[in-house]
Design a protein around this ligand. Structure first.
Ligand SMILES: [Zn+2]
Length: 304
């Protein structure tokens, strides 16, 4: 039987919120079986917790924000993506402010942080969402879809007609029984055009954004002196986002994701539509032969 996982001991990080530019202290704490991923705010007077679920998503403008009653947490997607990558089911995420720290704009610092304390298996069986029938959401020519597949694979096509973006691959597709999320996806950073950034900052968004936590693109080049981490870093970051947004389903997916020009809003619409479509999925636990089939994807070696 594949079992649920949490972290061995608490671990801390300090960073800034990419939208608020506020300094934030984050503490990850182990959580009991069947807890899920819970967010708490140490700056909130009310000692309540906010569960990371697709139904708690309240805003998808430039990042994914969850809220319940008056508790609100923004920019959860890169942390959620890292938690999927390490197979973490149960965790308390304590924040001193409204936003998960952006770190370097990718999921890699969260992976590193968790690996410093290690992951521990719990007694209860891990639950997976197995896709039984295709579910698709569309908006104009954009779409996001989940289909049945024995394992987990994800593909994304990033379409933006811009001379710099046009120099790099538009499509990233990985079968996670063959490719490691930690090696091939987790390091892909957020990105954007420098003039889009100025526009966002006029709307009081991206106030903490810099070349330390994003790839900046001007009319001619990638602005960051270090260049890109992967040749297809743009498409891979969109894949990283989708994996994090879909992990708000509460369990890892057994199936195939495909996105075309989709973003946080469509990822959330897809998650909600899946949950509303009774014959589209079933909750399963894995053992015996299944375990061998999906082991490389669903029990990453780096989490041991
Ligand atoms: Zn992102």
């Amino acid at each position: 039987m594949l079992r649920q996982r949490t972290i061995k001991t608490a671990v801390h990080a300090i960073g800034v919120g990419v939208h608020s530019a506020k300094k934030v202290r984050m503490t990850l704490r182990p959580a009991g079986e069947n807890t899920g991923i819970l967010f708490t705010r140490t700056d909130s007077l009310k000692a309540c917790a906010l569960k990371a679920t697709a139904h708690n998503v309240c805003d998808t403008t430039l990042s994914t924000t969850i809220s319940h009653k008056d508790l609100r947490v923004s920019t959860v997607e890169h942390l959620m993506s890292a938690l999927w990558g390490l197979g973490i089911d149960n965790l308390i995420v304590e924040l001193s402010s409204e936003e998960v720290p952006i770190m370097d704009g990718s999921a890699a610092p969260f992976i590193y942080l968790i690996n410093t304390v290690g992951v521990v298996e719990q007694a209860a069986a891990k639950k997976y969402i197995r896709i039984k029938n295709e579910v698709t959401v569309r908006n104009g020519d954009s779409f996001a879809t989940l289909k049945p597949f024995a394992g987990f694979k994800a593909g994304y096509t990033f379409v933006a007609d811009h001379p710099v973006y046009n120099r790099y691959p538009k499509r990233a597709e990985l079968d996670f029984s063959k490719a490691s999320y930690v090696d091939h996806v987790s390091r892909a950073r957020s990105f954007g055009l420098m003039n889009e950034l100025e526009q966002a900052q006029r709307m009081n968004k991206c106030l903490g954004s810099s070349l330390e936590n994003a790839v900046g693109v001007n009319d001619f080049n990638v602005v960051n002196p270090e260049g890109l981490r992967y040749n297809d870093e743009f498409a891979k970051h969109k894949l990283l986002d989708a994996i994090g947004d879909l992990y708000l389903l509460g369990s890892p997916i057994i199936g195939a994701f495909n996105g075309y020009k989709s973003g946080h809003a469509m990822n959330n619409q897809l998650a909600r539509k899946l949950l509303e479509t009774q014959d589209a999925f079933e909750m399963v636990t894995l053992n015996g032969r299944d375990r061998e089939v999906v082991r490389p994807i669903l029990q990453p070696a780096s989490a041991g």
